[in-house]
Design a protein around this ligand. Structure first.
Ligand code: HSE
Length: 404
């Protein structure tokens, strides 16, 4: 029997308890051992819930109990999660976490500590919710030079964008629905301003390229400036608007960014709706691989966490080799990254002439019922060049990157 402890009895923590209880036979068989939840740590009390019998408010009960071999950290936030996880690993306990803030900020260090103590620091649920993506990057796509990772990595914003696009729903109402469904972060700013996607693409990039990508250096835009008019243009362009996190290797330089992108309907990521996430990985031998599944929510996220618990139990006393060196990845200057841009600008006298003069050959777009403005798509240009010309153009209403 292997005893585990669960830190945090919120949406994901209660999901972990539920998955282990509901699927105990199958989980135990796959782990090769019976998994027993010995403690659940939370600041709150849960009268009437069976978890009350194993509830503790003191992390030291878990740390000092040598019978606890695996710690599940599903509290979220960097502290106190970081302190608890580090102490657990230093004590030789393996850790499974869904905490992207923690993994993005300290992944490399915690992997190294786990290795020194013949334990494991596992974080499948930290990117893509229930989608297996960390394990495939670490264990399956190991023959390839990976040249691109692009994904819809946030369930909340994909849910919001889908409802706004398909139902003309109002932003605040749909955000509230996403919160009620347990998709959104406690402070949903991390979802809608792109910070959550930013941490997830940093984690995936660090694992794929073996060195640290500091999430704070990634250019990040959220979805809060997207309006109903943008969706009308997207319709006219046979496109969907999706919040993407991307890392591309261009001429041996890595460029990462997070931003809403107009994706042509022929792009498989354009069809990924609601809370679902999709991640496209391109390798020089395997070509494109797509991963698809629920990116947020209690049980899908818990499924990924419990799969890590099973892996930790299967590898008790052995470290699963994971390369994420502390050294920073060398990245290109974002102003040199090449993109195409969809631009909406106020329709002032001489505007077309000005657009053509600054941007050369552009494609004009019109949308049903949108007046008083001009909209166009640029050719490929660097971010730096675009920013300069955008400032010269003035009267910008909105800008969204475009991909095919
Ligand atoms: N708030 C996150 C999302 C939860 O919506 O994707 C899963 O990481």
């Amino acid at each position: 029997m292997v005893n585990i402890a669960v830190l945090g009895y919120g949406t994901v923590g209660s999901g972990v308890v539920e998955v282990i209880n509901t699927n105990h036979d199958i989980v135990n068989k796959r782990a090769g051992e019976e998994i027993r939840i010995k403690y659940v740590l939370d600041l709150r009390d849960f009268p009437g819930d069976p978890v009350a019998e194993i509830l503790t408010h003191d992390f030291n009960d878990i740390l000092n109990d040598d019978e606890v071999k695996v710690v599940v950290e599903v509290m979220g936030g960097v502290e106190p999660a970081y302190t608890f996880v580090k102490k657990s690993l230093l004590a030789g306990k393996s850790v499974a976490t869904s905490n992207k803030e923690l993994v993005a900020a300290h992944g490399s260090e915690l992997i190294a500590i786990a290795k020194e103590h013949a334990a494991n620091f596992l974080f499948e649920a930290s990117a893509g919710g229930g989608i297996p993506i960390i394990r495939p990057l670490n264990s399956s796509i190991t023959a390839d030079d990976i040249t691109e990772i692009t994904g819809i990595l946030n369930g909340t914003t994909n849910y919001i964008l889908t409802k706004m696009a398909n139902e003309g729903a109002d932003y605040a109402t749909v955000l509230k629905q996403a919160q009620d469904l347990g998709y959104a972060e406690r402070n949903p700013e991390a979802d809608v301003e792109g910070g959550d996607t930013c941490r997830k693409i940093a984690i995936l990039t660090s694992i794929a390229f073996g060195k640290n990508l500091d999430y704070a250096t990634i250019y990040t835009e959220g979805i809060t400036k997207i309006t109903a008019e943008d969706f009308k243009y997207a319709d006219a362009m046979k496109s969907a608007i999706k919040l993407l996190g991307t890392t591309k290797n261009v001429d041996d330089k890595l460029y990462s960014f997070v931003a809403p992108v107009m994706l042509n309907e022929t792009n498989p990521l354009a069809k990924i709706d609601d809370v679902f996430n999709g991640i496209m990985v391109h390798g020089n031998a395997v070509d494109d691989i797509m991963f698809y599944g629920r990116g947020a929510g209690k049980l899908p996220t818990a499924s990924a966490v419990v799969s890590d618990v099973v892996d930790a139990v299967k590898h008790m006393g052995t470290n699963i080799m994971t390369i994420w060196e502390p050294e920073e990845l060398e990245t290109g200057d974002f102003s040199d990254a090449v993109n195409r841009f969809f631009v909406r600008v106020a329709d002032e006298a001489g505007i077309e002439e000005k657009i053509n003069q600054l941007f050369g050959d552009v494609q004009y777009v019109s949308a049903d019922g949108v007046t008083g403005e001009k909209a166009f798509v640029t050719s490929d240009m660097t971010e730096g060049d675009f920013q300069k010309k955008k400032t010269e153009l003035g009267s910008i209403i909105n800008v969204i990157r475009v991909a095919f």
